[in-house]
Design a protein around this ligand. Structure first.
Ligand code: FDA
Length: 308
């Protein structure tokens, strides 16, 4: 309930101004966001990759409303990929892109602009031996995201996409994307979605996750199991045994600052464990979704505000 209110409030400019304007908010944001610029992101990347973790980097931003800003976001990814190439991490350091940040939300020409910008990012990634995965935003963007994915995969076949188990349609999307060479990041879903398109009950979302996971693990693609949920991690291990997938045939992914002990344990056990690292100054939407996921985060936020 509180989570839904936070997600709804996160889209109101008044709430945005109120939360962003509190100086101490930054202290809490730092738990989930690696910094505001590429240099700070690189410091976090080094710290995590030195301990055996893989990473995927997100230049924060979403729902860009003008084409110059969309192009500037693509430029930021090109700069980021340049910095990644200097680290020599290859595909251990990938990037994650929200298509609404590169133009998808720009009306009639949105898809075309997002496709051009996404192509530019994929080109820069391919040049340094890295990969791109498209994030999935609210349900109205799924068809457009999958069609842009199909368009870029022609030239950049390693491009991946996130699918959200809370959407009714996702089992079918998993079937379509379980072919050889396909890379799917399976998540539960983080947006406030109506009952007409998405499971509302957490138990149903978890069950749907297992059904989608089974399709992906049984298929020919590369599943990226993005969850902090112990039960789903242990089901993944059972399915890997059942379908004869070796450790290199799938990977785990978690968010920066969440369950870091578990991240280290999975990497220590020989799994590819990839941490999603967001950086940049447009942290508001990302931060509010992390608060909404877990009441304890709201308590942490309030304690920091009161305690200083
Ligand atoms: P669940 O929410 O049930 O959490 C399981 C346990 O994990 C909790 O009990 C707690 O211990 C811990 N935990 C989870 N969230 C936490 C938090 N915020 N703070 C502290 N502890 C927490 N969503 C989306 O809609 N589109 C996308 O593109 C992506 N991309 C993405 C990439 C990656 C790498 C990850 C890991 C997640 C996403 N998500 C996403 C977010 C996803 O949809 C989901 O909201 C979160 O991962 C939380 O769901 P869990 O699967 O972790 O389970």
């Amino acid at each position: 309930m509180l989570g839904s209110l936070l997600l709804a409030g996160s889209r109101l400019p008044l709430v945005r101004r109120a939360v962003s304007g509190v100086p101490l908010t930054r202290k809490v944001v730092d738990r989930f966001v690696a910094g505001e610029d590429v240099q700070q992101a690189v410091t976090a990347i080094r710290r995590l990759t030195d301990t055996g973790l893989a990473v995927t980097i997100d230049h924060l931003g979403e729902e860009t409303r003008d084409s110059d800003a969309a192009a500037a976001t693509a430029d930021a990814y090109v700069v980021l990929l340049d910095a990644l190439s200097e680290l020599g991490l290859g595909s251990r350091a990938e990037v994650s892109v929200k298509l609404s940040a590169v133009g998808q939300a720009l009306g009639a020409d949105g898809d075309k602009i997002a496709l051009e910008n996404a192509r530019r990012i994929c080109e820069a990634a391919a040049a340094v031996g890295s990969n791109v995965t498209f994030d999935m935003e609210d349900h109205t963007t799924v068809d457009s995201t999958l069609s842009i994915l199909r368009a870029v995969r022609g030239d950049f076949p390693s491009t991946g996409v996130a699918l959200q188990s809370y959407l009714f349609r996702t089992e079918e999307d998993c079937r379509d994307l379980s072919h050889e060479g396909s890379r799917v990041r399976l998540v539960k879903g983080a947006y406030a979605e109506p009952a007409s398109v998405a499971h509302q009950d957490k138990g149903e979302v978890d069950k749907a996750y297992v059904r989608c996971l089974r399709i992906l693990m049984a298929g020919q693609g590369y599943p990226m199991v993005a969850t902090h949920d112990d039960r789903l991690i242990s089901i993944t291990e059972t399915l890997a045994d059942r379908f004869g997938r070796s450790r290199g045939g799938y990977e785990y992914q978690m968010l920066y600052g969440i369950r870091t002990d578990k991240q280290q344990a999975l990497a220590g056990a020989g799994h590819t464990m990839r941490v999603y690292i967001p950086y940049g100054d447009d942290w508001y939407g990302y931060f509010m979704r992390r608060l909404a996921e877990r009441p304890a985060n709201i308590a942490f936020f309030l304690r920091a505000l009161i305690g200083g």
